[in-house]
Design a protein around this ligand. Structure first.
Ligand SMILES: *Cc1c(COP(=O)(O)O)cnc(C)c1O
Length: 456
C-alpha cells in the first residue's frame, strides 16, 4: 500500500453499515440462555416481554440471523454523530518511538460522550414503535442515563433513570444533562420502590450500587402500564447494536487494506468490546482470519480474570433473570474506582462464552497505571479520555512498547469509548497522588462466590 493512511479515516454515507451483525449466529457454542430465577428454566419470550420491549426480546433470543437490518430511522439518527472516526495515532506512535501502528475508534463525539448512544437510540426506537409511554433504567457513572435521555428526547418518550446515589451526589452535572433532555432522575436506593425501601432498611445510609439501581428500575417498569425496562450493556441485544462500531472499523480498515493484529477494548459489561470485535470475531470463528483480542478490566473489579463462569443474578435485588457469565457474585461491590462504567460484577454472556472457549484474552490493570496512560495519550493525541476507555489505552501502549523491544510492526486497534470531562474528580485524585490501587484478595472474592445461585 503506497497511499498514505489519513490521520482520520471516515466512511462515506453510503459505506455506513445497513445491518447490525449478530456474532451469535456464527458462534459454535451459543451463549447460555437467561433463566427464570424462580423456576431455573429458560426465560420464554413471553416472560421477557413483561420486562423488555417485544422486538428487543426477539433480538435477545436470536441466535440464528447473522444480520439484522438497522431501521431507517435509527440510521438517520446515527448520521447525526456517525460515522465515528478511526484515527491513526501517529503522534502517540512517535512519542512511544514504536514500530507498531496504532489506531483508535473514537466513540466520544456526541453529547453523551460515549458509545452508549448506539444502543440507546435502538432501544428507544423499539419502545416507541411498540406504542409505549416510556422506559426505565439505571445509571452508574451516568453515561448510559445520558445517552438514553438523549434518545428518548428525540423520540418523545418518557425516561425514568435510577442513578446510583453516590454518583447522583458526586456528579451533579451528569444529572443535570439528563434533565436537560427531559429525564427524571432518582437517586438509588430510593423510597419510591419496594426493593429500594428494603435495601434502605437493611443498609441505612448506603450510597447504592448498580445492581440495586437495576432492581428498582425493573420494579418500576414491570409495575407501570406502558413502560418497559432498558439496559445499556451486558445483554445480547446491546452487543448487537454496538456491532456498528466494529462494522465501521472493519470497513475503514478494509478501505486501506489494513489488517489488525491486535484488537483491544475495555470491558465493563462488554458492550463496546463486543461491538468493536464483532465482525473480526466472526472471521475468527469461521476460520477466515486470526486476531489477538484483548479485554481490559480494572484490577479492582476483575470479572474475566478472577471471576467464575457460572449462572448468577444480574442485580442485587435478585429480580432479574439469571445469566451465565463470568461473575464476581451479585453482591460484590468493588473498591472505589473511578472508572464507573467498569464496576459491574458480571459480563456479557456472549463474551463470557467466547472467552471460555479461548477466542479472546483478558487482562486487568490498576488505576494509577490507567491514568498515567490517559494523560500520556491526552497530551499527544488531544482527546481527554474517559477513565473507562483509558484501560484500553493502557494496554495498547503496553503492546506498542513490546513491539519497540522486538522490532515488530504490529497493527493495534483499540476502542476509545468516550471522553472524560465529567471525571475531573478522578483526574484530580490522580494529580494529587490520592489514587487508590486496591486489589481484592482471593479470600474476599471467595466470600462473594458463596452466594451464587444453585443451578443444575
Ligand atoms: C459504560 C462505558 C464503558 C463500559 O461499558 P461496556 O458495556 O463494557 O462497553 C466503557 N467506556 C465508556 C466511556 C462507558 O461509558
Amino acid at each position: 500500500m503506497t497511499e498514505k493512511i489519513p490521520y482520520k479515516i471516515y466512511l462515506e454515507e453510503d459505506e455506513m453499515p445497513k445491518s447490525w451483525y449478530n456474532m451469535r449466529a456464527d458462534m459454535v457454542n451459543k451463549p447460555a440462555p437467561l433463566l427464570n430465577p424462580a423456576t431455573k428454566k429458560p426465560m420464554s419470550a413471553e416472560e421477557l416481554e413483561a420486562v423488555f420491549c417485544s422486538e428487543l426480546v426477539q433480538q435477545e433470543l436470536d441466535n440464528e440471523n447473522a444480520y439484522i437490518e438497522i431501521p431507517q430511522e435509527i440510521r438517520d439518527f446515527y448520521k447525526m454523530y456517525r460515522p465515528s472516526p478511526l484515527v491513526r495515532a501517529y503522534c502517540l506512535e512517535k512519542k512511544l518511538d514504536t514500530p507498531a501502528k496504532i489506531y483508535y475508534k473514537f466513540e466520544g463525539n456526541n453529547t453523551s460522550g460515549s458509545h452508549k448512544l448506539n444502543s440507546a437510540i435502538a432501544q428507544a426506537y423499539y419502545a416507541k414503535k411498540q406504542g409505549l409511554k416510556g422506559v426505565t433504567t439505571e445509571t452508574g457513572a451516568g453515561q448510559w442515563g445520558t445517552a438514553l435521555s438523549m434518545a428518548c428526547a428525540y423520540l418523545e418518550l418518557d425516561c425514568k433513570v435510577y442513578m446510583v446515589k453516590v454518583s447522583y451526589e458526586q456528579k451533579p452535572f451528569r444529572r443535570e444533562v439528563m434533565r436537560v433532555y427531559g429525564a427524571s432522575v432518582t437517586p438509588s436506593p430510593s423510597e419510591t420502590t419496594q426493593v429500594g425501601r428494603k435495601i434502605l432498611a437493611a443498609h441505612p445510609g448506603t450510597t447504592g450500587s448498580l445492581g440495586c439501581a437495576i432492581s428498582e428500575a425493573v420494579e418500576v417498569a414491570v409495575g407501570t402500564p406502558g413502560y418497559r425496562y432498558v439496559l445499556g450493556s451486558v445483554l445480547n441485544q446491546v452487543m448487537l447494536h454496538q456491532s456498528v462500531i466494529g462494522l465501521e472499523t472493519k470497513a475503514a480498515l478494509d478501505k486501506y487494506g489494513i489488517k489488525p493484529d491486535i484488537i483491544i477494548g475495555c470491558a465493563g459489561g462488554g458492550s463496546n468490546l463486543g461491538g468493536l470485535i464483532a465482525p473480526f470475531m466472526g472471521e475468527k470463528i469461521r476460520g477466515e482470519a486470526d486476531y489477538r483480542i484483548i479485554a481490559v478490566e480494572p484490577a479492582s473489579c476483575p470479572s474475566f480474570t478472577r471471576g467464575v463462569f457460572a449462572y448468577d443474578f444480574c442485580d442485587t435485588g435478585m429480580v432479574c433473570p439469571l445469566a451465565k457469565m463470568y461473575t464476581l457474585g451479585s453482591d460484590f461491590i468493588p473498591a472505589a474506582n473511578h472508572a464507573g462504567g467498569l464496576r459491574y460484577h458480571g459480563m456479557s454472556p456472549v463474551l463470557s462464552q467466547l472467552y471460555h472457549d479461548g477466542y479472546m484474552e483478558a487482562t486487568s490493570v490498576t488505576q494509577t497505571r490507567v491514568f498515567e496512560a490517559a494523560e500520556q495519550f491526552a497530551r499527544v493525541e488531544g482527546i481527554l479520555p474517559a477513565p473507562e476507555s483509558s484501560h484500553a489505552i493502557r494496554v495498547a501502549i503496553d503492546e506498542a512498547l513490546k513491539c519497540k523491544e522486538t522490532g515488530e510492526e504490529k497493527t493495534i486497534v483499540f476502542g476509545l469509548t468516550g471522553t472524560g470531562y465529567f471525571d475531573m474528580v478522578a483526574y484530580e485524585k490522580f494529580h494529587d497522588g490520592n489514587m487508590d490501587d486496591y486489589i481484592p484478595t482471593d479470600e474476599e472474592l471467595a466470600k462473594f462466590r458463596l452466594n451464587l445461585p444453585k443451578v443444575d
